[in-house]
Design a protein around this ligand. Structure first.
Ligand SMILES: [Zn+2]
Ligand SMILES: [Zn+2]
Length: 352
């Protein structure tokens, strides 16, 4: 049995998700979903863990899938298990890297895009919105991870589920950022970003006067995904708002749940390049937004790129590895990536 005969974690996960899709809501469906996520997130070939944690009735089925030689055999097994039904991968699961795949890409890709070769950690959250740790804890963790600077990007108040920052909250956080920079800025420089809401018409939930008080205005769509509506005009209005620096997770997709915004991406990316708005490759595993295909297109259109973890807790900072892997797949040139700048250079970029 050669390497090529074994199925990947990504393919195994997809087989489990397809079987889950065919089940009515209930325990069976939940167990299949859980096993699917476990395979998707498993480092390397962690098949034994997957089997150990599955309920008894599910073990023979997983063994059967794992024993398949190659993806055609796996597809046939899924079809058989569904009683002859031929199912398709949901659009909301297309174009994602499983953890095992991400690790492979990192190992074989150009070293200069590796997270260890980046200088700045962008886009992370604190307890000031929906993060789990304090500003200082997150900043120290970024420093330990080898970053020379980092940028907090808590949510603005418009995102109610994340209990975001109002103007007073932004100012209080600003003081803590300044205090950090007074005490530790030489070793690790902190920038203050704010992840602001793109409203249905493309305007932002934070008024201009407040936007000007923030180092980096990060625009992001978290609502009104309306899959039938082309959202190009909405995004263009956001991009052409002068204070916007970065368009975060541009598609707003979410693994298994939401395929993301429909837009004429060539037009969107060209507008970003013209306006000097950078495009994010968000490494949060359930987002991976942009994916490699769209990231390649963004680079072709002349965009600058920010790699980010979208960490909501210290362990999430390692999701920068997914962003790096996607950038490697998309062959993003290092000089287009803003995370490689020195803190002073990044400051100049922010103030341009
Ligand atoms: Zn977001
Ligand atoms: Zn975020």
């Amino acid at each position: 049995m050669g390497q090529t005969a074994t199925i990947s974690n990504g393919a195994l996960a997809e087989a489990l998700f397809m079987l889950a899709d065919a089940e009515p809501p209930g325990d069976r469906r939940l167990a299949l979903l859980r096993a699917g996520y476990a395979a998707f997130d498993a480092p390397g070939k962690a098949r034994r863990d997957l089997l150990r944690e599955a309920p008894h009735w599910l073990k023979p089925l997983i063994s059967q899938l794992i024993a398949c030689r190659g993806e055609d055999a796996l597809q046939a097994a899924v079809q058989r298990l569904q009683g002859g039904e031929n199912s398709r991968r949901r659009p909301a699961r297309q174009g994602y890297l499983s953890r095992a795949e991400m690790t492979e890409v990192l190992k074989s890709g150009p070293e200069d895009l590796h997270p260890q070769r980046l200088r700045g950690a962008c886009h992370w959250h604190t307890r000031h919105s929906d993060g789990k740790a304090s500003l200082e804890t997150m900043a120290r963790a970024c420093g330990r991870r080898g970053y020379a600077w980092s940028m907090v990007t808590d949510h603005s108040r418009g995102l109610e589920v994340a209990s975001g920052l109002d103007r007073e909250g932004v100012r209080l956080q600003r003081r803590r950022v300044e205090r950090w920079n007074d005490q530790h800025g030489e070793e690790h420089r902190l920038f203050q970003g704010l992840e602001v809401e793109v409203l249905a018409d493309g305007t932002l939930d934070v008024p201009k006067g407040e936007r000007l008080e923030i180092d980096c205005v990060v625009a992001a769509v978290h609502s009104q995904f309306d899959p039938d509506r082309d959202q190009t005009e909405r995004l263009l209005r956001t991009i052409q708002t002068p204070e916007v620096h970065l368009l975060a997770h541009p598609r707003g997709r979410h693994f298994h749940h939401r395929p993301g915004l429909k837009a004429r991406w060539e037009t969107v990316f060209s507008a970003c390049a013209d306006a000097g708005v950078a495009i994010e490759i968000n490494g949060f595993p359930r987002r991976q937004d942009l994916d490699a295909d769209l990231a390649r297109l963004a680079v072709e259109k002349g965009c600058e790129v920010i790699l980010s973890s979208d960490a909501h807790a210290v362990p999430h900072l390692e999701f920068d590895a997914y962003a790096s892997a996607i950038a490697m797949r998309a062959e993003v040139p290092r000089e287009r990536i803003l995370n490689v700048l020195h803190a002073d250079e990044f400051e100049v970029w922010l103030k341009r």
